[in-house]
Write a protein that binds this ligand. Structure first.
Ligand code: AMP
Ligand code: MG
Length: 520
C-alpha cells in the first residue's frame, strides 16, 4: 500500500515539545505527538473501497496485512508521525477547559489526485488528552459511527467519512447506561477521513488561554488551506472566515433537519470548523416526527440538543467561536453583523427546504402557515417522518384530500386515527392540494423532485442495533448490507423494502434503539 503523505497541520503549526504520553495541560501548542496502542489481535470488520480509492488505496490493499496494521495502529506510516489535537469546548453550555483528542489519533494527511485528506484513528489508545478515560472505543459505537457517517455522506449531508472498522481483539470496560453495571465489551477502531478535523474548540482553547499568537497561526492556517476564496492577512479575512463558517454550519443543520438527524451532543468541541457532521455519539434519527426528541439520555432533562433546537444551538456555538476569534479583530460589531444574518438566513433556508420536501416550486407568501400547520399535525399522532415524506410524493394533485390521507396512512404508528386527528389531516391536505393546484409541475415531475430530497432509507436506530447485535457474534452481514443499501438512500431499491418500515415495537424502549448514553 502506497500513500502519498503530505502533512500540513503537524508541519505548519506548533507542536507540544513534551513527547511523553502522560495526561497534562498542553500550553502554546496545537497538538502532541503520540503513538497508538498496540491492539492484541486486529481483524477487519469492514472497509470502504470508494473512499480508499480517493486516498490512492486499491482494492487488493484492503485485504492486506499492511492495511490492517496501519489502520489499527500496529504500525505507523514511515514518513509521518501520529498526533492528537489540542482543543477545548463548551459542553452542554458550560466551558469545560482543555479536552483534546482523548481517543483520536491523527495518522497523516494524504494527497491523491484532487483530494487532500486527513486520516484519523478513533479508539487507538490514550493520549495526553485522555483525562480519566482509556482512549478506546467499543464495537457498538464504532459500527454506529462507521455506518452513519457513510449514510450521511450519501444523503448529501456534509460529514467526515469512514474508511475502515477493525476489531482490536481487546476487551474494553464500559458502563453503558451509567448505572453501575459496567461490563466488558468488544474493542474496535474506526479510521475516519476528513479534509480537516479542526473544531470550534481548537480556537476557543487558545483564546481562553490568551495565547493570541498561536490562535492567529491556527486561524491563518485554516483560512489558507481550507477557505481558499478568502485572502488571508487582513482583519476582514477573519470576519469573512467567520461568515463562511456560519454559512457552512447553517447549511449542515438544514440538511440534518431535512433528513431527520439529531446529533445529540452539539458541544463546541464537536463542531467542525468546516461545517461537517463530526463525532457520531448518541445520535439518532427521528422515527416519529417530534421536534422535542433527543436520543441522548445524558440530555434527557433539558433536551438542549433536541431535533428542533439544533439551529438555535448552532447559533449559540457560533457566538462562542466569535468570542474566540474576537482578539484577532477587536471589532464586536463585525461579528454581531454576521451573527445577526443567521436568523434571516435560517428562515430563508428552512422555507426553501420545506418547499423542496413538499415538492413546491414557487415561493408563496403563506408558505410558513402551510409548513407550521403540517408540523403541528405531524405530532398529533406518532407519524414516521421518513415514511411520511416518501409516501407523500405518491399523491395526485387531483385526488380528494381523503385519498391523499389514505396514501400516507402507513406512516402512522397507530393507523386508526381518531376524528380530531383525521380532521386536522384533511384540513392540511385541503390546503396542500390548493397549493399544488397552483403549481405547474405534473404529479410525476413533483414526485421526482421529492424523491431527490426525501430519502427512502436512513439508518434507523434499531437497524444500527441489529447490525451491532450480529457483529458482536461475529456476523457482519448486516453491516455490509446496510453499508450497501445506504449508498443509494433516495433510490427505490426494492430488494431492501423490508427496511422501509416503521420501527418495530420491541425497539421502542430498547437501549441502543431509542435511548443512548455518551458511553462509547
Ligand atoms: P465526546 O463527548 O465523545 O465528544 O468526547 C468529549 C471529550 O472526551 C473529547 O475530548 C474526547 O476525546 C474525550 N473522550 C471521550 N471518550 C473517551 C475515551 N474513551 N477515552 C479518552 N477520551 C475520551
Ligand atoms: Mg467529541
Amino acid at each position: 500500500m502506497k500513500l502519498n503523505i503530505h502533512d500540513r497541520f503537524s508541519k505548519e503549526l506548533p507542536a507540544d515539545p513534551n513527547k511523553q504520553n502522560t495526561r497534562r495541560q498542553v500550553q502554546k501548542a496545537c497538538f502532541s505527538y503520540v503513538t497508538p496502542k498496540q491492539p492484541s489481535k486486529p481483524s477487519l470488520v469492514h472497509a470502504n473501497l470508494d473512499l480508499a480509492q480517493q486516498l490512492g488505496i486499491v482494492k487488493e490493499d484492503l485485504q492486506s496485512q499492511d492495511f490492517l496494521n496501519v489502520f489499527s495502529g500496529v504500525t505507523t506510516l514511515e514518513k509521518s508521525r501520529p498526533y492528537a489535537m489540542n482543543y477545548g469546548g463548551h459542553q452542554f453550555g458550560h466551558w469545560a477547559g482543555q479536552l483534546g483528542d482523548g481517543r483520536a489519533i491523527n495518522l497523516a494527511e494524504i494527497k491523491h489526485k484532487e483530494h487532500h485528506l486527513a486520516i484519523q484513528l478513533k479508539g487507538a489508545g490514550e493520549t495526553p488528552y485522555s483525562r480519566s478515560a482509556d482512549g478506546l472505543a467499543v464495537l457498538r459505537s464504532s459500527i454506529r459511527e462507521y455506518l452513519c457517517a457513510e449514510a450521511m455522506h450519501h444523503l448529501g449531508v456534509p460529514t467526515t467519512r469512514s474508511l475502515s472498522i477493525i476489531k482490536s481483539g481487546d476487551q474494553v470496560m464500559r458502563d453503558m447506561m451509567y448505572d453501575g453495571n459496567a461490563a466488558y465489551e468488544t474493542g474496535a477502531i474506526v479510521c475516519r477521513v476528513s479534509p480537516s478535523f479542526i473544531r470550534f474548540g481548537n480556537f476557543q482553547l487558545l483564546a481562553f488561554r490568551q495565547d493570541i499568537g498561536t490562535l492567529k497561526k491556527l486561524t491563518d492556517f485554516t483560512i489558507k488551506h481550507h477557505f481558499k476564496g478568502i485572502e488571508a492577512g487582513t482583519k476582514q479575512a477573519y470576519i469573512d472566515f467567520f461568515r463562511e463558517v456560519s454559512m457552512r454550519t447553517l447549511g449542515m443543520i438544514m440538511h440534518w433537519q431535512r433528513v431527520g438527524f439529531v446529533h445529540g451532543v452539539m458541544n463546541t468541541d464537536n463542531m467542525s470548523i468546516l461545517g461537517l457532521t463530526i463525532d457520531y455519539g448518541p445520535y439518532g434519527w427521528l422515527e416519529g416526527f417530534d421536534p422535542s426528541w433527543t436520543p441522548n439520555t445524558t440530555d434527557k432533562q433539558h433536551k438542549r440538543y433536541r431535533y428542533g433546537n439544533q439551529a438555535q444551538i448552532a447559533l449559540w456555538n457560533l457566538l462562542q467561536l466569535a468570542n474566540a476569534l474576537y482578539p484577532l479583530v477587536n471589532d464586536a460589531k463585525a461579528f454581531e453583523d454576521v451573527l445577526n444574518e443567521f436568523g434571516p438566513n435560517h428562515k430563508l433556508q428552512y422555507e426553501s427546504m420545506m418547499r423542496d420536501k413538499l415538492g413546491l416550486h414557487m415561493a408563496q407568501e403563506n408558505d410558513m402557515i402551510l409548513f407550521n400547520q403540517l408540523n403541528k399535525t405531524l405530532v398529533k399522532t406518532e407519524t414516521d417522518m421518513t415514511i411520511f415524506y416518501r409516501l407523500l410524493a405518491e399523491i395526485k394533485k387531483d385526488d380528494h384530500p381523503s385519498l391523499m390521507l389514505n396514501a400516507i396512512n402507513l406512516a402512522f404508528y397507530e393507523e386508526d386515527l381518531d376524528d380530531e386527528v383525521k380532521q386536522a389531516w384533511l384540513d392540511w391536505f385541503g390546503n396542500y392540494k390548493n397549493r399544488l393546484l397552483q403549481e405547474s409541475l405534473t404529479d410525476l415531475e413533483r414526485k421526482k423532485l421529492m424523491h431527490a430530497v426525501n430519502p427512502k432509507y436512513v439508518l434507523r436506530n434499531y437497524m444500527a442495533q441489529l447490525a451491532i447485535d450480529d457483529a458482536e457474534k461475529g456476523d457482519y452481514t448486516l453491516v455490509t448490507q446496510f453499508y450497501e443499501m445506504l449508498k443509494h438512500p433516495y433510490d427505490e431499491q426494492a430488494e431492501y423494502n423490508q427496511w422501509f418500515a416503521k420501527r418495530p415495537e420491541w425497539a421502542r424502549h430498547r437501549i441502543g434503539c431509542s435511548m443512548l448514553s455518551c458511553s462509547s
